[in-house]
Write a protein that binds this ligand. Structure first.
Ligand SMILES: Cc1cc2nc3c(=O)[nH]c(=O)nc-3n(C[C@H](O)[C@H](O)[C@H](O)COP(=O)(O)OP(=O)(O)OC[C@H]3O[C@@H](n4cnc5c(N)ncnc54)[C@H](O)[C@@H]3O)c2cc1C
Length: 391
C-alpha cells in the first residue's frame, strides 16, 4: 500500500496554547494557508494573564474582545509596594493609565478562558486546519518541513512555527541552542473573592522572597501570583482553602478585606529561558518556545503576542513564508525586544532576592525616581506597554 501524500500548507504551527492559536488566526487573516497542531486544552490553575494595550488591540482585530470583555477586568492603576523591610524602603508608587491617555493599561483574564475563546475561533475558522495530535518527528529539507506524530497525519509546510512551549521540539529540530535557568522560587496562583473593591488597581508587593501580586478580575475578585522559596511554597500550598485565603489576606495587609478562594489553585516552578536565535532553516520560534521568565511586569504572553505581530510583518508580501530572508528578518526584529525584557525582569527579580545594600539602594532609588519624575514615569509606562507591564 502506498503512503498517503502529505497534507500541504504554507505555515504549520506546532502548539495550540494562547500564542500558537493567536498566530494561527493572525496568519490565516493575512492570507496564509495554516495548520495548527496540538491539543486544545489549558489547565484551570488560577493563572490569569494581564493583556496589555497592544495585545488587547490584536485580539480586537481578531474579533475576540467582545467575547472576552465580560470575563476580563480593566487595569486602570498599577501600584508597586516595597514590602522588603529594606532600610531604604520607599512609599508605594502608583501608575495611572490616564497619565498616558488610556482608560486601562490592559485587561486581566483567566489564561484558560483566553485559550477557550481562541480555540472556539480557530474551530469556527474555515481556513485553519486544526490537528489535535502531538508532533514527534520534524524533518526539514531545502523546500519545506514534514511533520508527523501520534494523531498527526503527515503534514508538510514551507514554514514551521514552534509555539510548543518551554520544552520545544521545534527548537531542537532547528538546532537552536537555548539557555535554561531556575530561580529558587515557585509561583502560587489562585483566584480569590474579597470584601473590598479593588478599584481596578493591581498591587504588586515586592517582598524578600519575590513579588506578591493581586490583579483585578470582574466583580470583587482578584487573581494572585505569589513567588516564594520552594519550601515555603510547599507549606502555603498545603493549607486548606480557608487557611490559604487567610494567609493571603495577611500577606496583603488586608488591603482588599476578608478573602475566600473562588476557583482552583496552581503552583509553577520559576525559571527562565533564552535562545541564541529566533529562527533557523524553515523554522521560527514564538512564545515560551523562545523566551520564559518569571511573572513580573506581565511580560510573558504579551511578548509572545508581539512575536506573532513580528511574524505577520516578516511573512507579509513574501512569496515563500519559509524563505531564508523571512526567517532572518523575524530573527532580527525579535532579538533586541526579547533580550531587553528578559534582562530587565531577571535583574528586578534578582535585586529582590538579595540582601545586599547596593541592590536595595538602587531599586529604592529607581522607585523614588519613578514616583517623582513625571516624564520618567510616562516613559516607563510607555515602554512597559509596548511589550507588556503591569502584573
Ligand atoms: C504564574 C504565571 C502568571 C503569568 N502572568 C502573565 C501575565 O499577567 N501576562 C503575561 O503576558 N504573561 C503572563 N505569564 C506568562 C504566560 O502565561 C505565558 O507566556 C504563556 O501562557 C505562554 O503561552 P505559550 O502558548 O507560548 O506556551 P504554552 O501555554 O506552554 O503552550 C504550548 C502548547 O504547545 C503544546 N505542545 C507542546 N509540545 C507539543 C508537540 N510536540 N506537539 C503539539 N503540541 C505541543 C502544549 O500542549 C501547549 O498547548 C504568566 C506565567 C505564569 C507562570
Amino acid at each position: 500500500m502506498s503512503t498517503p501524500e502529505p497534507v500541504e500548507v504554507d505555515i504549520a504551527i506546532v502548539g495550540a496554547g494562547a500564542v500558537g492559536l493567536t498566530a494561527a488566526l493572525v496568519l490565516a487573516q493575512a492570507g496564509q494557508s495554516v495548520a495548527v497542531v496540538g491539543p486544545l486544552h489549558a489547565p484551570r490553575d488560577g493563572r490569569t494573564v494581564a493583556l496589555l494595550d497592544g495585545s488587547w488591540r490584536l485580539l480586537g482585530e481578531l474579533g475576540l474582545t467582545d467575547a472576552l470583555a465580560e470575563r476580563a477586568a480593566p487595569l486602570a492603576v498599577m501600584r508597586l509596594v516595597d514590602d522588603t523591610g529594606s532600610l531604604f524602603r520607599q512609599p508605594p508608587v502608583e501608575f495611572r493609565a490616564s497619565e498616558v491617555g488610556l482608560d486601562a493599561f490592559g485587561w486581566n483574564v483567566e489564561n484558560a478562558e483566553l485559550v477557550e475563546a481562541l480555540s472556539a475561533k480557530v474551530r469556527a475558522h474555515g481556513a485553519i486546519r486544526h490537528v489535535p495530535g502531538v508532533v514527534s518527528d520534524i524533518a526539514p529539507d531545502a523546500a519545506g518541513v514534514t511533520l508527523s506524530g501520534e494523531g498527526v497525519p503527515s503534514l508538510r509546510a514551507r514554514l514551521v512555527v514552534g509555539a510548543d512551549g518551554r520544552q520545544s521540539r521545534v527548537r531542537s529540530a532547528a538546532g537552536i541552542a537555548a539557555r535554561d535557568w531556575r530561580y529558587p522560587q515557585s509561583a502560587l496562583t489562585a483566584i480569590l473573592a474579597h470584601a473590598r473593591d479593588h478599584r481596578e488597581t493591581s498591587t504588586e508587593f515586592h517582598t524578600r522572597k519575590g513579588p506578591f501580586t493581586l490583579v483585578p478580575l470582574p466583580g470583587r475578585r482578584s487573581s494572585l501570583v505569589w513567588l516564594l522559596d520552594p519550601d515555603e511554597a510547599d507549606g502555603v500550598a498545603a493549607l486548606d482553602d480557608a487557611a490559604f485565603a487567610r494567609r493571603v489576606e495577611v500577606q496583603a495587609h488586608s488591603l482588599l478585606g476578608a478573602m475566600r478562594l473562588d476557583g482552583p489553585r496552581g503552583r509553577v516552578p520559576m525559571g527562565g529561558l533564552s535562545v541564541e536565535r529566533f529562527g533557523a532553516g524553515r523554522m521560527v520560534l514564538i512564545g515560551e518556545a523562545a523566551h520564559v521568565f518569571p511573572p513580573i511586569g506581565a511580560q510573558g504572553l504579551n511578548l509572545g503576542l508581539r512575536d506573532v505581530m513580528a511574524l505577520r510583518e516578516a511573512v507579509r508580501d513574501a512569496s515563500d513564508p519559509g524563505a531564508a530572508g523571512v526567517v532572518a528578518a523575524y530573527d532580527r526584529t525579535r532579538a533586541a525586544d526579547v533580550r531587553l525584557r528578559t534582562g530587565a525582569v531577571d535583574a528586578l527579580n534578582r535585586t529582590l532576592l538579595t540582601d545586599l545594600l547596593p541592590a536595595d539602594l538602587l531599586r529604592s532609588a529607581g522607585l523614588l525616581a519613578l514616583s517623582r519624575l513625571g516624564p520618567l514615569r510616562r516613559l516607563v509606562m510607555r515602554q512597559g506597554l509596548a511589550g507588556g507591564m503591569g502584573r
